[in-house]
Design a protein around this ligand. Structure first.
Ligand code: SF4
Length: 252
């Protein structure tokens, strides 16, 4: 399956108009979340490498910057997202630096599962030019982590939390922690209490409660009703992300 390394701009529920950057072949990630709206992870890995040629990404960005599409309707932000975990790409820092120079008016955003900061010292430096980082944390017990995120064997609950704390400590910009709620797994009182404890350790600037908006990787995965999501958001000190308008095909 082929996907362009840049896509959109799309209308993001959280970020408004957003140009997406995809640095990975389908579907390369350190997690295999059962709710993933891109599908099942086919390459479960924690190995960082140049999955897509860096030069290809740079050339696509230059072409977009010179286009009438950009000049007539520049996006609000440029977002690393796409078909897997962006921090797996070994040239993430170099590409982020290039984007900041080429698009000084746009916010630079990284959507990440946040699992790799504990393993790779260099990552903290590589992400420092982002304006906003949106990491995720769906579970705060080993059982729920396994049930929802099905991580690579190298990733444990402890390494995950350590990774997020490290990111928060070293990153000077905004951190918006996303929590995806799956009915029957992480919506119990027990799991939510665990989550609250871990959120306090990470201390993000914002907590955002997310739920299914498109088809999940695993059939049968459901989100609680919206009123329950609002109660959870209130308990965790966060806010809910509204469902996308029905016309939007892709959301970040
Ligand atoms: S971390 Fe993101 S890309 Fe990876 S499986 Fe989970 S939802 Fe999908």
């Amino acid at each position: 399956m082929a996907k362009k390394c840049i896509f959109g701009p799309i209308l993001s529920r959280r970020l408004g108009s957003s140009l997406g950057i995809n640095l990975l072949p389908y579907k390369t990630c350190s997690l295999n979340c059962i709710y993933c709206e891109c599908g099942v992870t086919t390459n479960l890995t924690t190995e960082r490498k140049e999955y897509i040629p860096t030069q290809e990404v740079i050339e696509s960005l230059k072409k977009y910057a010179a286009s009438s599409q950009f000049r007539s309707a520049p996006p609000y932000c440029i977002t690393f997202a796409g078909w897997g975990e962006p921090t797996l790409h070994s040239a993430l820092g170099e590409i982020a630096h290039f984007i900041k120079k080429l698009f000084p008016e746009q916010k630079l955003v990284l959507i990440t599962n946040g699992t790799l900061f504990a393993f790779y010292e260099e990552l903290s430096e590589e992400v420092k030019e982002m304006d906003i980082i949106i990491p995720s944390l769906d579970a705060a017990s080993p059982q729920a982590l396994q049930a929802i995120d099905q991580p690579h064997p190298r990733i444990t609950l402890n390494s995950y939390i350590e990774s997020l704390i490290k990111l928060r400590k070293h990153f000077p910009g905004e951190i918006w922690l996303e929590i995806f709620i799956v009915e029957g797994i992480n919506d119990s009182e027990r799991e939510l209490n665990f989550l609250k404890e871990k959120i306090a350790l990470v201390s993000p600037h914002r907590v955002q409660i997310n739920a299914l908006d498109r088809n999940p990787a695993r059939e049968g995965v459901k989100s609680p009703p919206f009123y329950k999501l609002e109660e959870i958001a209130s308990f965790l000190g966060g806010e809910t992300i509204l469902p996308s308008p029905r016309k939007s095909k892709v959301v970040v």
